[in-house]
Design a protein around this ligand. Structure first.
Ligand SMILES: [Zn+2]
Length: 317
């Protein structure tokens, strides 16, 4: 079990325990704080932008550049992370999947083609997550139980995807954002890990925090665009509220030199912003906070009896 903020290791456990027992009086108060989880969407730069799979072959492959930066950084701090891997990537680079597995990281699914779930039928989505699970399991020999959809694209329009995930043998999904943006989000999504009553799937939503009157997420473009203290403040805030955070990032965010191409203007603004800061900011993050895999973080939360069961209707915003 880790301590989510080394700075808060001393002194804050008593007051945190009090606020925690006030909020969740049926749970045992504790003075050990849980680790956050570090997640990587394992995809190449041209998959992080909306280029269809039929054109991927025409772009420069650079996956290993960012991959080794983040993997070596995690190794230097002995941090285990969850890598949500595209089936297409696992097929093309099985040696990288083997390296992740050998290093003790958790492999999860990020679908096969990086298509948004709300643009798919249930059958198309099922085929993608089934195929990806098989590809990765055949490489590592280990069961895949975690999933994240591209662009957090499980929204109220496609809640059927959560049933499909459970039916295909996944137990933890990380595809829902409680922050609503032009591309994704469910505004009524609880800001905590919860179990969905109807299918028993555990949902670990994007971690949010409020600052300057707005909601922000812990990771991705938010992490690069704003100064480091911004994300750190959010993590410390969540730490005090005993809410584990899910940090997310992509290998291409560690590859500042990846090619510039034109695509949706709104997405371009965030995709290329301050890429040179990702590595340094991640070093700071790993110095200050403790991280683990998604499965271990959920297990830890579960052992504390802290996972509420909630009906799926809460996600119909
Ligand atoms: Zn992705």
């Amino acid at each position: 079990m880790g301590i989510s903020s080394r700075n808060s290791r001393k002194g804050s456990s008593f007051s945190t325990g009090l606020s925690y027992s006030f909020l969740f009086s049926n749970f045992t108060p504790y003075n050990i704080m849980q680790a956050n989880c570090f997640t990587v969407d394992f995809e190449d730069w041209y998959q992080g932008i909306e280029i269809p799979i039929s054109l991927w072959h025409s772009y420069e492959p650079r996956i290993e550049k960012g991959f080794y930066k983040v993997v070596e950084l995690l190794a230097s701090r002995n941090v285990k992370a969850t890598f949500f891997t595209l089936g297409w990537i696992a097929e093309k680079y099985p040696h990288l999947v083997r390296e992740l597995d050998a290093a003790g990281h958790e492999l999860g699914s990020h679908t096969y083609s990086h298509e948004k779930v709300y643009h798919q039928t249930a059958q198309e989505f099922r085929e993608e997550i089934h195929r990806t699970k098989n590809i990765i399991e055949n490489i590592t020999g280990k069961k895949i139980v975690t999933h994240r959809s591209p662009f957090f694209s499980i929204t109220s329009k496609c809640l059927w995807a959560l049933d499909v995930l459970a039916e295909e043998g996944y137990t933890i999904d990380c595809s829902v954002s409680p922050i609503k943006t032009w591309r994704y989000g469910i505004s009524t999504c609880p800001d905590e890990i919860f179990r969905i009553k109807e299918n028993n799937l555990i949902e670990f939503p994007v971690s949010k925090f409020s600052l300057l009157g707005k909601n922000w997420a812990v990771g991705g473009a938010y992490f690069r665009i704003f100064p480091y203290f911004f994300t750190a403040k959010g993590l410390r805030y969540r730490d005090k509220a005993n809410l584990p955070s899910m940090f997310y990032i992509h290998p291409w965010e560690y590859d500042a030199e990846h090619p510039r191409v034109k695509f949706e203007r709104k997405a371009m603004l965030t995709h290329y912003a301050r890429l040179k800061k990702t590595f340094l900011n991640t070093e700071k993050l790993l110095n200050e906070f403790t991280f683990d895999t998604v499965s271990n973080t959920v297990k830890n939360y579960e052992q504390q009896n802290r996972i509420r069961t909630i009906g799926i209707d809460i996600l119909r915003d």
